[in-house]
Ligand binder design. Sequence first.
Ligand code: FES
Ligand code: FES
Length: 156
Amino acid sequence: MRLTVNGESREYSGDPAQPLLWFLRDDLALTGTKFACGIAACGACTVHVDGAPVTSCVTAMAGLEGKSVVTIEGLGGDAGDHPVQKAWAEANVPQCGYCQSGQIMAAAALLKAKPSPTEQDIDDAMTGIICRCGTYPRIRAAIRAAAGLPVAVEGR
Ligand code: FES
Ligand code: FES
């Protein structure tokens, strides 16, 4: 089967049940996408499939024929200059960094679908992506900055 990863056509002939995460990390050496829970509970492994965020640890290769996958490596290219990545750097969001590619991919998908998200939109898009370091306030600030919204939110 063929699929596109970060704009490049790729061939896959392994087990159809294998999760996308291992194709990315083990076969393509795209290790920016992290493995944490493995059961779609933490969001660390989030990538885009045809523009939508998915948890790659539970997304089987069988369903990806002809699809377009984008990982953190492909989001802003080598320069890492996607508006969300730039806002992340500006807000100095990460602590340990382990969850951050998943956070950024979820935020980028949100802003593509909703360029001016409400607080509820941000909550809905980001609640599934867990950060054990507790960077949530800076994540919210970076998303608002990337959207061109005032960064400070009353009561948060
Ligand atoms: S590793 Fe995929 S959701 Fe946690
Ligand atoms: S920055 Fe450490 S888990 Fe999120």
